[in-house]
Design a binder for this molecule. Structure first.
Ligand SMILES: NC(=O)c1ccc[n+]([C@@H]2O[C@H](COP(=O)([O-])OP(=O)(O)OC[C@H]3O[C@@H](n4cnc5c(N)ncnc54)[C@H](OP(=O)(O)O)[C@@H]3O)[C@@H](O)[C@H]2O)c1
Length: 320
């Protein structure tokens, strides 16, 4: 099959397109013929930092397609069914092997391009806001990195739950697009002080919850944005750089800090129930998956570079 692989860590330039042996579904596994790959933030981190398993390591962890075959003991789907799945690696290919506990059937009528990002985007956003962030109606949440994949999901879910949503993104045009998705107020993180602006927007009180996709140098500004007894949920560090919280930071406002790592719970009945609902909501149009752009699989290096440097709005996809 055709796939995108790498044999050393590095930037998008380490990605190569070529032939690798077809994978097979082992016991408890589902073989998916891929229609759409959702490029995840974690795909970039793995490519840069996690040692490849072979000279032709196929990366990527989320894609949608049609079940080609199932291994022994698979009960959740059958060949020919449309699915979206998540695995530790292998999505950047024509065929993708997924453990059955990480497979989600796609509802009739839902485009596989729109289904491909749903489990990680909305699952992570939901856990960040509600499972760990304990967001309630009437509270204010600040979403750092709101124009990215998880960010656009956070904005929509928080608004739907009755919260006031402040989001950060680079550039007025992307902030405008977030307003159309339900964001109440935007902060251009490349031009404004996030802490000062969030305090202005909340009459000095600060926000109840920060959901941070970016980490890096903005962490002190995000701590400043939080009010008394605020909660800070760590999702990712797309902005790189150092991230840390001192005892004094936590004590000064009685803050709570939580980390979210959806992959640890994506196999659970709790997350399956959530994702099933989100797939239905996207199918019915209640939730939106903004697709920034679609690249052919052979152009994965260009697509990864666009995710890293191009400030896409929502998700970037690959088509085998
Ligand atoms: N913990 C989990 O379970 C989990 C699950 C999914 C993803 N993640 C991680 O969470 C992060 C976000 O994921 P994603 O899929 O939403 O990634 P994404 O689509 O690439 O979006 C990342 C966002 O981060 C923002 N950003 C980057 N540098 C920034 C900076 N210095 N200051 C402020 N914002 C900055 C970008 O906003 P601008 O373009 O506007 O600058 C971009 O919208 C990634 O690091 C990913 O690996 C974690």
């Amino acid at each position: 099959m055709k796939a995108v692989f790498y044999g050393r860590n590095g930037g998008p330039e380490v990605l190569e397109y070529g032939d690798v042996p077809d994978p097979a579904a082992g016991a408890g596994q589902v073989l998916v013929r891929v229609s759409a790959v959702s490029i995840e933030g974690g795909d970039l981190i793995h490519r840069r930092t996690v040692p490849p398993t072979s000279a032709r390591h196929v990366g990527g962890y989320q894609a949608a397609g049609v079940v080609e075959a199932v291994g022994a003991g698979v009960t959740v789907v059958r060949p020919g069914q449309r699915v979206v799945g998540q695995a530790d690696r292998g999505s950047h290919a024509e065929l993708f092997v997924v453990p059955q506990e990480r497979i989600f059937p796609v509802p009739d009528g839902l485009d596989l391009d729109l289904a491909a990002p749903v489990p990680v985007l909305f699952g992570t956003a939901s856990d960040a806001l509600f499972e760990f962030g304990r967001l309630r109606a009437g509270e204010t949440v600040l979403v750092q990195g709101a124009a990215g994949g998880v960010g656009v999901a956070c904005v929509q879910l928080a608004k739907r739950a009755g919260a006031r949503v402040i989001g950060t993104a680079r550039g007025a045009d992307r902030l405008e697009r977030l307003t159309a998705l339900g964001m109440d107020a935007g902060i251009d993180h490349s031009a404004e002080d996030i802490g000062r602006r969030a305090r202005e927007l909340t009459g000095g009180a600060g926000v109840d919850l920060v959901v941070d996709m970016a980490g890096g140098a903005a962490v002190p500004q995000l701590l400043d944005a939080l009010g008394h007894r605020g909660r800070y949920v760590v999702v990712g560090a797309a902005g790189g750089g150092p991230q840390s919280f001192s005892f004094a930071d936590l004590l000064s406002k009685q803050l709570t800090v939580s980390g979210v790592y959806l992959a640890l719970e994506i196999h659970t009945a709790r997350v399956h129930d959530l994702v099933r609902g989100f797939l239905e909501d996207v199918a019915s149009g209640d939730l939106t998956v903004p697709v920034d752009s679609v690249f052919p699989l052979r152009d994965a290096a260009r697509a990864h570079a666009h995710v890293e440097e191009g400030h896409p709005f929502g998700r970037v996809l690959l088509h085998p």
